[in-house]
Write a protein that binds this ligand. Sequence first.
Ligand code: NAD
Length: 357
Amino acid sequence: MNITLCLLPGDGIGPEIMAQAVKTLDRVADRFGHAFTTTEALIGGAAIDAVGNPLPAETVAACKAADAVLLGAVGGPKWDAIDKAIRPERGLLGIRKELGLFANLRPATLFPQLAASSFLRPDIVARGIDVMVVRELTGGLYFGEPRGETEIDGERAAYNTMVYRVSEIRRIAKVAFEAARKRSGRVCSVDKANVLDVSQLWREVVVDVHKDYPDVELTHMYVDNASMQLVRDPSQFDVIVTGNLFGDILSDEASVITGSIGMLPSASLGVANPGLYEPIHGSAPDITGQDKANPLATILSVAMMLRHSFGLQKEAAAIENAVSEVLTAGHRTGDIAAPGETPVGCRKMGDLVAERL
Ligand code: NAD
């Protein structure tokens, strides 16, 4: 396959982890006979420093011209004090909007080799953690209108609106069912249908979309129960699909129980535009430039990209297996090393994965 990628290294450890992702891509190209053409563009603080804008028009154009986008991370203390309108995070929100990315896929997978990093009890972890949270990204409470401040009986008050259109629910439900087909074939739709009208519509529409996916099992769960079940027994979940607010909270909960922020990839998908793939962690200013960053979340984002944007299952699995083998061989970056273990650096970890590939 000939694939064009736009790389957005961004700030902090972004360029260090991106370099390891490129190594991985080069190996995949060699081994499986694909050609990756890459362009690099500025985003976040790096773009502010260069051109005074966290999302230059050239970056948007380069992303739109690509088949997929791979991002490192944005932000850092250097840009914390500047005008909110041109903060580095604006670059990230802006590119998600420009690409119409409405679905956020966040797998929370615990490699058994890292079981000791999990915050959960060993007997719970022993059952395995492999959950994919599919969160609606552009609707719901965060964007609903009307919103704002008002006065009620002479007292200050504020309000937001949780609103979903049928079309918005349909398209996110489809993403979840499609994702489940590439995994264990189970979707749990999370809502608050016992209280919220918007959740009642959500449930109705998800049930309707499910008719096209008879091979996928569908269950429903209230969000309060789901947040509890995630820590009580995460092994019961395969794909969780939910709205923007509930997904924001549950995707963080799902990822933190694995205990290794440096290991977790993510994908944001639109209808026909290129998908955007990135590690869930930030720019880690505290370890920037020290060759200490864990590149595995970014490398696993490459695997997600190959699987979800290009249907390259074999290639994605090969990357995931290489990561698993490197961990089995006992190699760890500082963030996942046990006390007393000598960690490897970011570059070395990238080399190890490339060698296994
Ligand atoms: P962070 O994720 O950057 O760091 C939190 C902690 O985790 C730090 O101790 C860091 O060293 C460690 N860590 C993170 N990624 C790691 C990796 N790959 N390997 C080893 N250790 C790793 O979160 P933060 O400190 O809250 O934020 C730092 C900056 O990143 C802020 O400017 C924030 O706005 C930004 N941020 C960006 C994104 C993004 O680009 N998607 C996400 C979150 C935060």
